[in-house]
Design a protein around this ligand. Sequence first.
Ligand SMILES: [Fe+2]
Length: 304
Amino acid sequence: MTGVWIDSTHADDVRRARLYGGDLYISSASRAGRALIEHARAMIEEAFAPHDPETAQYHMAVGDYAALLGRLKPAFIHHPRCKELLRAVIEEHGADPEKTYFDVPKLRSSTSDGYLTTGIALAFPPHRDTWYSAPQAQINFWTPVYDITADNGMSFWPGYIDKPVANNSGTYNYYQWNKTRANTAAMIGDANTRIAPGATEPLPKEDLRFVTGCGGFTIFAAAQLHASLANTSGKTRFSIDFRVVNVDDLVAGLGAPNVDVKCTGTALRDFMRATDQARLPEDLIRRYDSGEVGDGVLVYEPAG
Ligand SMILES: [Fe+2]
């Protein structure tokens, strides 16, 4: 049985334990959540002007559209204001910023009706983030930037939290991905140029979808099986997500059960403490690392 907790008052350690067990948490728009959305909208609307960002796909050549996203997304992801807002969101959700480490927030887009579904705007197949080298203790926060419908948000299959799913995560090494990701912006033509682990067995048609408000968050374990829906709403969906880990859980070895992860490497070096952006201790990271670096890159540093 999966619990879906709406505006829960659980303490953060109780919430983390339930998330690792497969529960989901939904929160209504908070002050900092709204501020994050306003910041994102201002950047998106400036980039797409004079078009409405939700319908710009009908007025732009696909190459120009991909190039625009290739500029907009890194500008948002690395904007210093985002780090302040993430800390505020974490605190509003009752997590201790001294113990909580986050990764930079990702701005995602999902165009309607297959206009742009690869490279910079890849529609991710059903997956766990732990198939992409996320630690078992990672927790994800997700919010839409503009109102969503049941057709353009996300799908969840919570029953699989402790049930293995056939997948091709064995093809994924985080450090090899870091090596190639700088070129992602240019990838618009070939879906195979971006390695995206996914389920290789059919999943039940019945999925779980939450139609949530902008600036409110869907909070779920990185091990939760989920997908972005193939968007048929007629509008481009923009969303923000970020990941957190609690350092005490990493030290104690807590997290969601690992039932089918085959990827190598770890994304833990990307995480920063919410208070001062300090990195996690390397000896702690090494406990979670397969050690297979090869000619890969440990930490991706974006150019410019
Ligand atoms: Fe994901």
